[in-house]
Design a binder for this molecule. Structure first.
Ligand code: ADP
Length: 163
């Protein structure tokens, strides 16, 4: 049984994230999308909201579950019996940080391996930060996030758009 975790903030979940979830769920037996509870970060959506939004999207995927964690990822993985970390790589700018984190996690727990999926070309520019930036100015985010989240994101900025 290969159990993997795809950790992140997912604030909000983007189509780039969904792409990584769909692709990685095909190469492992079980995938847990782990939403990081980071109390220091000012998030657009609460932890509960992010978990439930991801559940909405992954409901039809039989081997994908959603949960949240705080503290060290390797400790949480120990708790749930996961040994693989899935991360997405966009530009080279992701690489240095990801390499450092992957190596640190491996030192912390040698049973843990990180696998990287390169971003699909059409999402290589996409991040939750970009989505928030565009949405805050009323920009079109329909190519960035799942359709059912669009209004909920605009609402956070007090923006009403005709879709
Ligand atoms: P973080 O909170 O570490 O910035 P995110 O929650 O934004 O992470 O994303 C979680 C993971 O998803 C990271 O591995 C990130 O590289 C990956 N990711 C985010 N956006 C994309 C994308 N457009 N294509 C591929 N991977 C992505």
């Amino acid at each position: 049984m290969k159990k993997a975790i795809y950790p992140g903030s997912f604030d909000p979940l983007t189509l780039g994230h969904v792409d990584i979830i769909m692709r990685s769920s095909k190469i492992v037996d079980e995938l847990v999308v782990g939403v990081l509870h980071n109390s220091a970060k000012n998030s657009l959506f609460s932890l509960e909201e992010r978990v439930s939004m991801i559940k909405e999207m992954t409901g039809p995927m039989p081997n994908v579950t959603v949960s949240f964690f705080d503290g060290l990822l390797v400790d949480y993985m120990d708790k749930i019996g996961a040994t693989i970390i899935v991360r997405g790589l966009r530009a080279v700018t992701d690489f240095e940080y990801e390499l450092q984190i992957a190596q640190t996690n491996h030192v912390e727990n040698p049973n843990v391996e990180t696998i990287f999926l390169t971003t699909s070309l059409q999402y290589s520019y996409l991040s939750s930060t970009i989505v928030k930036e565009f949405a805050s100015y009323g920009g079109d985010i329909s190519k960035f996030v799942p359709a059912q989240f669009i209004d909920r994101i605009y609402e956070r900025y007090g923006i009403k758009r005709q879709s």
